[in-house]
Design a protein around this ligand. Structure first.
Ligand SMILES: C[S@@+](CC[C@H](N)C(=O)[O-])C[C@H]1O[C@@H](n2cnc3c(N)ncnc32)[C@H](O)[C@@H]1O
Length: 223
């Protein structure tokens, strides 16, 4: 059965949203530069280019040695599991974009048949485990991945490069969008913004796990 384009099903949250990991307050994050960049990348066709790529790579290279302190909370992994479970994402080939130091990658390898973990920052990738998944140093605006070849694109706290995500994703594949600090996440789009950024022809199911939020989006079937 086909679902109408843009339809978003909001599931009840699980866990305790009042238990918060360290991070910016909602007021602080509202003016965070990453918020503006996230929206420009998602909605403006000119929102990303070589200059911005170089600056973002340098920024995350500089954060790589201490990223494990930010990415260590177990609540984040519970949110990934919840998104896959309640979002109905099962098996196949997974492409993790903006995989950072690989905090979620090992979990993904237990849930998918194969995982590619990709990041723009070589210093982040260097610190990711080399024995769990294939690591790919690439800018997600130009992915070295065959069209239609992956069954899930997982993005946790990552920018949305809509055209590349659409290109590499199998017709029946899923976009798994996770914001580990919910609406306190600097690189953040709400579930409805995600569907809007993907354009017409997508529907989604959204949930919350503790303070994390997620959305699993799929193309509306036309057959
Ligand atoms: C906020 S961190 C999140 C890392 C990891 N997903 C996590 O939650 O711990 C964002 C990551 O996206 C990467 N990134 C930013 N722009 C990217 C791009 N154009 N292509 C690939 N990775 C990118 C950064 O290098 C960084 O590792």
């Amino acid at each position: 059965m086909s679902e109408p384009a843009g339809r978003l099903v909001q599931l009840p949250g699980i866990g305790d949203p009042s238990v918060q990991a360290p991070g910016p307050s909602r007021a602080e994050v509202a003016d965070h530069p990453m918020r503006r960049i996230t929206r420009e990348v998602a909605f403006d066709p000119h929102g990303w280019g070589p200059g911005r790529a170089a600056k973002i790579a340098e920024l995350f290279d500089g954060m790589a040695s201490t990223w494990h302190e930010i990415a260590g909370g177990s609540g984040r992994l519970a949110a990934v599991e919840d998104a896959l479970d309640r979002g109905g994402v099962v098996g196949g080939r997974c492409l993790e974009l903006g995989s950072g130091t690989g905090s979620a990658t090992a979990l993904l390898t237990r849930r998918f048949d194969a995982v590619l973990a990709s990041d723009l920052s070589i210093e982040m990738l260097r610190r990711a485990p080399s024995d769990v998944a294939t690591r790919v140093w690439a800018d997600s605006s130009r992915l070295p991945v065959r069209s239609g070849s992956v069954h899930a694109v997982v993005l946790m706290n990552m920018f949305l490069f809509r055209h590349e995500v659409e290109r590499v994703l199998h017709q029946d594949g899923a976009v798994v969008w996770i914001s580990s600090l919910g609406d306190r996440t600097p690189i953040y789009l709400s579930a409805s913004d995600l569907l809007e950024a993907l354009g017409g022809g997508w529907h989604g199911v959204a949930g919350a796990c503790g303070e994390s939020t997620w959305c699993v989006a799929r193309r509306v079937r036309t057959d």
